[in-house]
Ligand binder design. Structure first.
Ligand SMILES: Cc1cc2nc3c(=O)[nH]c(=O)nc-3n(C[C@H](O)[C@H](O)[C@H](O)COP(=O)(O)OP(=O)(O)OC[C@H]3O[C@@H](n4cnc5c(N)ncnc54)[C@H](O)[C@@H]3O)c2cc1C
Length: 488
């Protein structure tokens, strides 16, 4: 088939290359590449503006922007449902690069413990919208089955995090890449999709730059899946196609605490604390700004699951407060303050002649370094004996253990699992298909959307689920069109 290049294609083309040259059309994947040297307006393509679907089917093209978890999973799914569909993944860097470094190199694929409350407690952005069918279509168990079926053995750790048995993210990457290749997905790397527009007939014209060669290609696509993660370039594409962007801000970070004594506790972990964030710009009570779980002291402040969860739920408030606020930690959440006071009083009475530093109540299970920190904050020096600890000091120690306040001075870097809150608003997407409400045949999946989860595999699950739903929808449309070929 051949047709005359529509005028706007030509203008678009000429606007980014000052040269007029000859057109090189490539049709072996059913998509069109225009080299910058082009000057003729005739070329071969699968798609003809104004054609009815019946005539397009065999050579329809899906372009996926981004070769991350959502993009590759979505591409595989689309090609699985519609083998007739040409699927091209364009990745500006390396394929699945975040999968590689994820989970400390082990890749926390999903979370296996949250069937009932998956969305509500684990997605600070998306916790209302995703409560519908999203994870019912393809949830954690479906993801696990998908990988297991394809030969990746998985294990679920006590806290629900699911990893490959190999403890190596390469198992996940190898599986995805081999599946993509064997299905016939075309994967192209080191190419950046720099602009996208939709024609009146609904097809997409994409400008793709190969930076190393300083070359530019135009590709015409029937379907477009933007799975560009948190990248600004991906957001730009969404905006060019009529979408808005919720301002991106970091989520999942540690808290910087300036406290010279706390630095000495670096490496100390607490298996269960309650942490509560107080910010000047937040007056109302937000339940999610209180979290329970393990906490870790680092050399710059506080980290661990409870803190990361707090950072995720508080991401926007923390951003607007300049990452400054108060953190109140309950180090003994299972003890009432009155019980704690009487426990300390009993300790005093039993060990009057002992140094307080050397006889912390066993039941509290506090490491000595931390006990010293608490006593220092109370002004009780190292050789103070229990006998000289006043009742008011006992009350104060108990209060400090229950409500220990730290000044949050900033945001630390957390290298293990870092995501961005913000992106394309979910209100602009049909979540049952992942299709844009603004532009037909445009789809989104993964972190490009205003969805982010807490640590534990929830962010990848959003990518797998969104990619799967988008891929299924596109695949069904393409397969449906194929069935229409020759139909009366
Ligand atoms: C260090 C680290 C560890 C993590 N560990 C975990 C974990 O163990 N478990 C978990 O659930 N989550 C984890 N996450 C979060 C998880 O990696 C992301 O939520 C997930 O990768 C999102 O998938 P995605 O496909 O939407 O985006 P991405 O994985 O970011 O993929 C998007 C891809 O699109 C490409 N791209 C962007 N724009 C363009 C463009 N214009 N043209 C071409 N290509 C483009 C990018 O190069 C990128 O490769 C971790 C994140 C980090 C940073």
């Amino acid at each position: 088939m051949s047709f005359t290049l529509p005028r706007y294609f030509l203008r678009f083309h000429l606007s980014f290359t000052s040269r007029t040259a000859s057109t090189r059309a490539k049709n072996n994947h059913g998509y069109l590449f225009l080299a910058p040297k082009a000057n003729t307006t005739k070329f071969t393509t699968a798609s003809i503006p104004g054609d009815k679907p019946q005539k397009l089917s065999a050579e329809e093209l899906l372009v996926v922007v981004g070769g991350g978890a959502a993009g590759v999973y979505g591409a595989i799914r689309a090609k699985t449902v519609a083998s007739n569909l040409n699927v091209l993944v364009i990745e500006k860097g390396k394929l699945l690069s975040k999968v590689k470094i994820s989970g400390g190199g082990r890749c926390n694929v999903t979370n296996g413990h949250c069937a009932d409350n998956l969305v509500r407690y684990h997605y600070p952005r998306g916790n209302k919208e995703l409560r519908g069918s999203f994870f019912n279509v393809h949830g954690p168990t479906d993801t696990m089955s998908w990988f297991v079926d394809k030969g990746v053995d998985l294990k679920t750790e006590d806290d629900g995090r699911v990893f490959p048995v190999s403890n190596n993210s390469s198992s996940v990457i190898d599986c995805l890449l081999s599946e993509a290749k064997c299905r016939g997905v075309s994967l192209q790397t080191e190419k950046l999709v720099t602009s996208a527009s939709a024609s009146a007939s609904g097809k997409f014209l994409l400008k793709i730059e190969k930076r190393t060669l300083k070359s530019v290609e135009l590709v015409e696509a029937y379907y477009l899946l933007i799975a560009s993660g948190s990248s600004q370039q991906g957001h730009n594409l969404a905006v060019q196609l009529g979408h808005s962007i919720v301002d991106p801000v970091p989520s999942l970070f540690t808290f910087k605490i300036e406290d010279a004594q706390l630095v000495e506790l670096s490496g100390v972990t607490f298996s269960k604390v309650i942490v509560k964030l107080k910010l000047e710009n937040v007056q109302r009570n937000i339940p999610q700004l209180t979290q329970v779980g393990p906490m870790l002291v680092t050399h710059w402040g506080l980290s661990g699951p409870a803190i990361l969860r707090l950072s995720a739920w508080g991401a926007r408030y923390l951003y607007s407060s300049g990452y400054k606020g108060k953190l109140i930690v309950d180090f003994v959440p299972d003890l009432h303050v009155e019980d704690l006071k009487s426990m300390l009083s009993q300790q005093k009475n039993r060990f009057l002649k002992q140094k307080v530093l050397n006889s912390c109540p066993m039941e509290l299970q506090l490491v000595k370094r931390f006990w010293k920190y608490i006593l220092d904050r109370e002004g009780l020096v190292g050789d103070t004996l229990w006998a000289s600890v006043s009742n008011s000091s006992i009350v104060s120690i108990a209060n400090l253990l229950k409500h220990c306040t730290f000044e949050v001075k900033g945001k630390g870097q957390f290298k293990d699992e870092f995501v961005t809150a913000g992106g394309v608003p979910l209100s602009e997407i049909h979540l049952n298909t992942m299709e844009s409400r603004i532009q037909p045949n445009l789809y989104f999946a993964g972190e490009v959307l205003n969805v982010d989860g807490v640590t534990g595999g929830f962010n990848f699950q959003n990518a797998w689920s969104g990619g799967y739903i988008a891929g299924s929808t596109i695949g069904r449309l393409a397969a449906g069109n194929a069935n229409l070929v020759g139909a009366p």
